[in-house]
Write a protein that binds this ligand. Structure first.
Ligand SMILES: Nc1nc2c(ncn2[C@@H]2O[C@H](COP(=O)(O)OP(=O)(O)OP(=O)(O)O)[C@@H](O)[C@H]2O)c(=O)[nH]1
Ligand SMILES: [Mg+2]
Ligand SMILES: [Zn+2]
Length: 352
């Protein structure tokens, strides 16, 4: 195994040259548990911790390594943890606003090529939530792919209707239905996993993300748990972890999220509401809000039935929310609360 098998490529290499100091080498973060890390390079996986200097100079939770990050690491004698001195710029990142009213955010993972947005055909299916995940992926410059899981629990006709409703809502993202139970769709899913690329599984608790990984690796390596009568999951997976599959692709499992707060940039919205973005180029005013302006091409398209009212309403709603949680504002803030909590947890963890 070499670093390129772990996803390292010329883009990262270019940044590594400037970042690496004497005695350091590049490794990828494969797991994070409070202040403890696992990093992996061509020689294998090693526990690691942050260099004191790095930890104290970090200004925000965003500066702390997360799963998928490439780091400058100093390796010591086997047995003692490696030391992380810095992280390379992230090519893509997944982050969300933490639950609650304050504008805190959380890094979910970094340097993901494709995000599988998993919704169960049973109970969980929800177009508005799907749109939220799509905006989140778009915001982080990650290619989304929709997985409809547990297809064994509905009739083929119902599945067709579900897919039709996604398309009707204007969502053109690639999509695959599968069942971990019957194995339907698993062959196609495997083919999507290109060696050397990094994938992640996103979606509500209980939709079968971890079960899917266990099916891929052919054994029950990770815990899964039955969902309640209403189909709600019990939050089984607790930590984010990057696995290198035998066939060479990397896959990150994530815990199901209860609430999916969005952070604002126009990029996420433009990527997942691309037809509205395209229409807006025809608006008379370049700063048109598409609510009441004369010469608004978006409103006109809706009048003519080219854009559905429901799609427009979701756009407005998510737009409002992302503006409210403007990422540039968040990034400008020096110390956020998530970071304070992180520091506390590290101290509890008994790190020097
Ligand atoms: N009928 C059916 N049940 C499934 C399928 N896939 C998973 N399940 C069941 O759904 C339950 C939840 O699966 P998990 O894999 O733990 O779900 P998860 O998405 O990892 O949930 P969190 O870790 O809480 O985010 C388990 O009881 C699985 O056996 C499927 O394709 N069909
Ligand atoms: Mg899980
Ligand atoms: Zn307009």
């Amino acid at each position: 195994m070499n670093l390129s098998a772990l996803g390292f490529d010329p883009w990262f290499d270019e940044h590594a040259e400037a970042a690496l100091q004497q005695g350091q080498s590049i490794a990828r973060v494969t797991a994070v548990d409070r202040g403890a890390f696992l990093v992996r390079n061509e020689h294998g996986e090693t526990p690691a911790e942050l260099a004191g200097k790095f930890r104290f100079s970090a200004q925000s939770i965003i500066d702390i390594p997360c799963v998928g990050d490439w780091c400058c690491v100093e390796f010591h004698t086997p047995g003692s943890p490696a030391i992380i001195h810095g992280i390379l710029p992230r090519r893509t990142s997944l982050r969300r606003k933490s639950p609650g009213r304050t504008v805190d955010f959380q890094m979910i993972a970094a340097n993901i090529d494709v995000a599988f947005i998993v919704q169960s055909c049973h109970y969980d299916f929800n177009i508005r939530r799907l749109e939220r995940y799509l905006v989140m992926a778009g915001e982080g410059h990650i290619k989304p792919f929709i997985i409809l899981s547990k297809s064994d629990l509905i009739e083929p006709r119902e599945l067709d209707e579900m897919i039709a409703s996604i398309r009707h809502a204007g969502i053109t993202t690639d999509l695959l239905a599968l069942s971990n139970t019957t194995g339907d769709g698993l062959g196609e899913f495997r083919e999507l996993l290109v060696p050397g690329k990094t994938f992640c599984l996103l979606g509500s608790s209980g939709v079968g993300k971890t079960t899917l990984i266990n099916r891929l690796i052919g054994r029950d390596a990770f815990d899964t748990k039955a969902v309640s009568e209403t189909g709600e999951g019990v939050h089984t997976t607790a930590r984010r972890q990057l696995l290198v599959l035998d066939q060479g692709a990397m896959l990150i499992d994530t815990p199901g999220m209860r609430e999916l707060g969005l952070l604002g940039t126009s990029e996420g919205m433009d990527a997942s509401f691309s037809e509205i973005h395209d229409l807006s180029l025809g608006c008379r005013f370049s700063d048109c809000t598409h609510t009441q302006e004369p010469g608004c091409a978006v409103l006109a398209a809706m009048d003519e039935g080219e854009l559905s009212e429901g799609r427009y309403q979701s756009y407005r709603k998510l737009k409002k929310e992302t503006e409210h949680h403007d990422l540039s504002y968040v990034e400008k803030r020096k110390k956020d609360r998530a970071f304070g909590r992180y520091i506390k947890s590290v101290q509890k963890h008994g790190k020097k």
